[in-house]
Design a protein. Structure first.
Length: 225
């Protein structure tokens, strides 16, 4: 089943910036972010800031940039034992349990990340990153890409293309999903993705154990329902 991504929901869903930003830094020193793993372990993870370029992102784009910064806080190195096989990482961000529940799949330097709601943010994000994603000229721009999924026809949509502070000269592609339930509904056990930008693939990744990842994401979400 296709994970449907709709940009039309971005402005209305992610327009409130202050609540998001504050929840990520509560109880943690500057330069780090609050993170809670699925087993309840609390950490203050290092996060590289994105250098602000003019023009600054709109309120709707700022959470996209911030989400990419959080994603890279757990980006594995080449020496990780499951770097080639791929693996899931589950955690939530924000002082309140369950805020911004996140399921991240990393494989061979590329990643696909599903970010759930928190605070006053009701929607979800789906982020793709990898070494082939170019860096946009501005901090955040809107562009068209084609998303191909192994179980569905391709769909071409407008997305946010943002800077990735964790990859030199790199970027990330951020899709808006109307609800976290819509994102979880499409999390099949094995699923492959290809993101095509300007007629060339920039991220190609396939995950495994998607059903188990969905169950863990649902478990995280129950704590804020």
């Amino acid at each position: 089943m296709m994970i449907r991504v709709l940009l039309v929901s971005v402005v209305s869903i992610w327009a409130t910036e202050p609540g998001w930003a504050q929840s990520l830094t509560d109880d943690c020193p500057d330069g780090t972010l609050y993170s809670r793993s699925l087993n309840g372990q609390v950490e203050c993870l290092p996060m590289k800031p994105v250098t602000p370029y003019e023009p600054r992102p709109s309120a709707s784009a700022a959470p996209m940039v911030d989400a990419v910064g959080r994603m890279g806080a757990t980006q594995p190195s080449v020496g990780h034992p499951n770097f080639a096989k791929g693996f899931w990482d589950h955690r939530s961000y924000g002082r309140s349990k369950g805020q911004f529940c996140t399921a991240s799949f990393f494989k061979e330097g590329s990643s696909v990340v599903i970010v759930g709601p928190g605070g006053s943010q009701p929607g979800a994000l789906m982020i793709f990153a990898g070494p082939a994603v170019p860096q946009p000229k501005e901090l955040s721009v809107q562009t068209k890409v084609t998303l191909k999924q192994s179980d569905s026809p391709p769909q071409t949509v407008t997305v946010f293309h943002v800077r990735n502070p964790h990859v030199k000269d790199g970027g990330a592609i951020v899709f808006a999903v109307p609800t976290i339930e819509a994102a979880m509904e499409g999390m099949e056990d094995k699923l492959g993705f290809e993101v095509v930008m300007q007629n060339r693939p920039v991220v190609t990744i396939d995950w495994h154990d998607g059903v188990q990842a969905r169950q863990k994401l649902q478990q995280c979400m129950k704590s804020i329902r």
